[in-house]
Design a protein around this ligand. Sequence first.
Ligand code: PNS
Length: 164
Amino acid sequence: MRIAVCPGSFDPITNGHVDIVRRALSMFDEVVVAVATNATKAPLLDAGQRVALARLAVAGLPGARAELVPGLLAGFVRQVGACAVVKGIRGASDVDAEVPMALMNRHLSGVETVFVAGDQSMAHIASSMVKDVARHGGDIDDLVPAGVAQVVREVLAAERRRTS
Ligand code: PNS
């Protein structure tokens, strides 16, 4: 059984992420979407919401599941018995950001990271931009899996009520 971990902050999960999970499933028997904390980002969605939306997004993909990473990704990778980490790459800036993390994760766990090029038609989809579009009233329905856009809109509306 070859298990891969697809890590990210998934704030929120996008169609680009799901494309990478599908590609990982073509190479591994099981794929665990690992919802983790990125210390450099302040998330819009709390961890429970990010895991719930990731679970919804992969519900129709046999072999895929989503879990919360309580601490270090390296520990989680070992805990689930994964033989690889899979990360999607949209362009050179992703490589610059991802290689140091891949090196640290290999140092800590001995597990290799496999970089996968996502579908070109989704190269513009990033969680940060999805949130920015939604914040300004733009349509994000075709950028995220079914059910995700509504939750993002509700959380943004609650945020607006709190700050107004
Ligand atoms: O989607 P992101 O924000 O690029 O994902 C980054 C993430 C969450 C995978 C990374 O920050 C992470 O692995 N966080 C868990 C804590 C950890 O292991 N930190 C060391 C990373 S080398």
